[in-house]
Design a protein around this ligand. Structure first.
Ligand code: NAD
Length: 498
């Protein structure tokens, strides 16, 4: 096999694992099933070395003036722009999504770097003059220390960059452990950061799966952990990192409901639903995976969904006519087929069957729609993370909101309506952190936080926006009083009176 080995990036050096008995995972192109690279997992010693490199780089990096750290981000941004197409194609290659989807991802990633460039303003503290007689108080932000980031396969470029630019510009050093299924973009990010002038050891990349994460979770020199992944992984990392005294933000899975009222513009709403449910082959934490038809809209909603979804063209992501790429791995496709088979055995109706569609050599599964799904089915309860949409019916907005709010997850939700009243009810009562009104993928831009609720998020401060800056800084409040210095009285002639 001629596939190249993926480097790690430790202390400023890109290198292959030197361990003899290292575990090597193939990295596939999901559109062809072909092995495109070999990923040696980092050993415990190598991960320890990366953390120690980050620790020794911390004092100098955290002392670099904030505007100079921001200049590194400006240079990094320019490099990302310069390599925009190459980075997008790399995402297509290792993840399988379409080129327009990959370009969208890289654009959203760059927007976080744009945010980080504003660090001299965003890292400012606050102060209050004269909080008591002659006393002032100020709040000052300092970096946390060594931060680790654990990221999923579905956005190999954007999700790492939710964390890295904000953490670095705030003066932290970083160890990134990307998904073992999509490690190539992570290494490329490391190369571009080095080219942007980031000093050695400030940013490091190690590889692996659970064992690598466990080393970071137990490491006494890691101060903060950010993770984005499935609910089991996010909750495990949240609990373990917290038990080990680390600051942690853990973004988990999702089951996003899209409520379609019978007063909605159906055709345009369904176009948004299709893109939400089947974009990136349903592998987005903001993907709509449940559509709730309210009132009289049910039959027509399913008909329109089926009609538009059946016209999606499956294929390799880089081909211009492709609307939908493969899922990430064959095992994932098989798991999804298991859900489809189970759904068929139950009461739900398979309105559109995606099995057997797409090029046979890749990990393809076509858009699949179940109608008549009920909240007792696994199709509704669990995050499937693939191109399978469940349709439920509700008589009114109260019932629809009841369904949405009964979900264990609370990442995103949307309503499609022409009624301001319905939209307002939804905004106030939906128990999810990212809401869309006539928008199918309610993704906050970088200057807002990514605000999942319930099992979609464990922690206090979310990724990006001001929350991101707060997560990656610790604050001091300084209370000062200055007495007037005692002065000698020079007005009297020397030796007077004595
Ligand atoms: P995953 O949970 O399998 O893996 C995420 C990361 O955790 C990877 O780096 C992986 O190596 C590591 N990991 C895997 N198993 C582990 C274990 N047992 N212990 C510790 N670490 C482990 O997720 P995935 O399949 O790569 O990505 C898809 C998931 O991520 C979906 O559930 C999706 O909803 C979620 N996601 C959430 C958001 C969000 O913002 N909430 C964004 C993107 C993806």
């Amino acid at each position: 096999m001629s596939a190249t080995k993926v480097n790690s990036f430790i202390g400023g050096t890109f290198r292959e694992s030197t361990a003899e008995d290292v575990f090597v995972d193939p990295v596939f192109d999901p559109a062809t099933g072909e092995t495109i690279a070999l990923l040696p997992y980092s050993t415990k010693e190598e991960i320890d070395e990366a953390v120690r490199a980050a620790r020794s780089a911390f004092p100098d990096w955290s002392n670099v003036p904030v505007p100079d750290r921001a200049q590194v981000m400006f240079r990094f941004k320019n490099l990302l722009e310069e390599h925009f197409e190459e980075l997008s194609l790399l995402v297509v290659r290792e993840n399988g999504k379409t080129l327009p989807e990959a370009r969208g991802e890289v654009r959203r990633a760059i927007e976080v770097v744009d945010l980080a460039c504003g660090a001299p303003t965003l890292l400012m503290g606050t102060n209050l003059d004269q909080i008591a007689d002659g006393i002032d108080e100020e709040l000052v932000r300092f970096p946390v220390g060594v931060c680790a980031g654990i990221t999923p396969f579905n956005f190999p470029n954007m999700v790492p960059l939710w964390m890295i630019p904000v953490a670095l510009v705030a003066g932290n050093t970083f160890v990134h452990k990307p998904s073992q299924r999509t490690p190539l973009s992570a290494v490329r990010i490391g190369e571009l950061l080095a080219e942007a002038g980031l000093p050695d050891g400030v940013f490091n990349v190690v590889h692996g799966a659970k064992e690598a994460v466990d080393v970071l979770l137990a490491h006494p020199e890691v101060d903060a952990i950010s993770v984005v992944g499935s609910v089991g992984v996010a909750s495990y990392i949240y609990a373990t990192a917290a038990a080990n005294g680390k600051r942690v933000q853990a973004l988990g899975g999702a089951k996003n409901h899209l409520i379609v009222m019978d007063d909605a513009d159906l055709e345009r709403s369904v176009t948004a639903l299709i893109s939400s449910a089947f974009g990136n082959a349903g592998q987005r934490c903001l993907a709509g995976s449940v559509a709730v038809g309210v009132g009289s809209v049910g039959e027509e909603l399913v008909r329109e969904l089926t009609d538009q979804a059946s016209r999606l063209r499956l294929g390799p992501g880089a081909e211009p006519e492709t609307d939908m790429g493969p899922v990430i791995r064959d095992e994932r496709r098989k798991e999804l087929i298991g859900y489809i088979e189970e759904g068929q055995e139950g009461e739900a109706t398979l309105a559109l069957d995606g099995r057997g569609l797409g090029p046979s050599q890749g990990f393809f599964l076509g858009p699949t729609i179940f109608d008549g799904v009920t909240p007792d089915m696994r199709l509704w309860k669990e995050e499937l993370f693939g191109p399978v949409l469940s349709v439920l019916r509700a008589t009114d907005i109260d019932e629809a909101l009841g369904m949405l709010n009964a979900s264990a997850y609370g990442n995103a939700a949307s309503i499609f309506t022409s009624s301001g009243h319905n939209a307002r009810e939804f905004k106030r009562r939906a128990e999810a952190g990212m809401l869309g009104v006539n928008v199918g993928v309610a993704a906050p831009m970088a200057f807002f936080p990514f605000t999942g609720w319930k099992s979609s998020f464990f922690g206090d401060l979310h990724a990006t926006g001001l929350d991101g800056f707060r997560f990656y800084t610790k604050q001091k409040v300084v209370t000062s009083r200055w007495w007037l210095a005692p002065t000698l009285d020079h007005s009297q002639p020397e030796g007077r009176g004595h």
